[in-house]
Ligand binder design. Structure first.
Ligand code: PGA
Length: 242
């Protein structure tokens, strides 16, 4: 595990963008695993800039998003579809058919999940997976519990996650209670993983992830088993590390 600790969010965003850009520059047809949330916003914004400056070309890149709220249509402003297009995909030269996001509205959840896994396999697996981390140690919507699922699946959100994500919704009651998420399998099979965290609220999850036991109570702790994991943390998120 490689850990970079930077002063602030601005530096975190620049470093993360450089990391992703260097991957895409080296391998034009990179398969990127994308994350949503507040943490990668600055990174996406810098990558858009780098694309416009001609530094990085996304025309051959393929993307798979980690997760989507169940019940939110892609036009819903809080859907992860909306987020991804708004922050990143609509502003770069990516081919729309190369972008994949789990649907929030689907008639057959199991089939949708199976087909998503199949598409990731057909693309050759994920070259670089970008991750955030929940304050409860979740990865995507793989929430803490007594077990984790390997495959893409439907997940009930924990109370902590519903509360944490309520900042984006008018009221707590508006936060969807379920989501589709990639399982830990496709995430751990990614060739490289880049995890970003900033702010004090993430310090405990980061400490447990880096130094704690591997346990389903902290899904991120399974990342300790990955051989090519890079963390970019600001000082606050790293504040409980030895
Ligand atoms: P955040 O979410 O970037 O909005 O903090 C991260 C996560 O919940 O995985």
């Amino acid at each position: 595990m490689e850990i970079y600790i930077v002063d602030d969010y601005q530096q975190l965003s620049m470093k993360a963008a450089n990391f992703v850009a260097s991957q895409v520059i080296l391998k034009k047809n990179t398969v990127l695993g994308l994350a949503t949330g507040s943490t990668p916003e600055g990174m996406y914004s810098r990558l858009v800039q780098m694309n416009h400056e001609g530094i990085v070309d996304f025309s051959k890149v393929i993307t798979f998003n980690l997760d989507e709220y169940l019940g939110l249509a892609s036009e819903h402003p809080q859907s992860y579809h909306f987020y991804m297009y708004n922050h990143f995909l609509a502003h770069i030269n990516i081919a729309p058919q190369n972008t994949h996001i789990l649907p929030g509205i689907t008639g057959d959840i199991k089939k949708t999940c199976r087909e998503y896994e199949q598409k990731i396999r057909e693309a050759g697996g994920i070259d670089l997976q970008i991750l955030g981390i929940g304050i409860n140690g979740h990865i995507g919507f793989n929430e803490p519990g007594s077990f984790l699922k390997v495959q893409t699946h439907l997940m009930g959100l924990t109370k902590e996650t519903i509360v944490a994500n309520s900042r984006f919704f008018p009221t707590l009651a508006d936060v969807p209670r379920q989501a589709l998420t990639m399982g830990m399998g496709a995430i751990l099979q990614a060739k490289r993983i880049l995890l970003l965290a900033n702010g004090k609220s993430k310090a405990r999850a980061i400490q447990e992830m880096v130094n704690g036991r591997v346990t389903t109570a902290v899904p991120a702790s399974f990342l300790q088993l990955h051989r090519n994991l890079t963390l970019v943390l600001d000082k606050e998120a790293a504040s409980l590390l030895p």
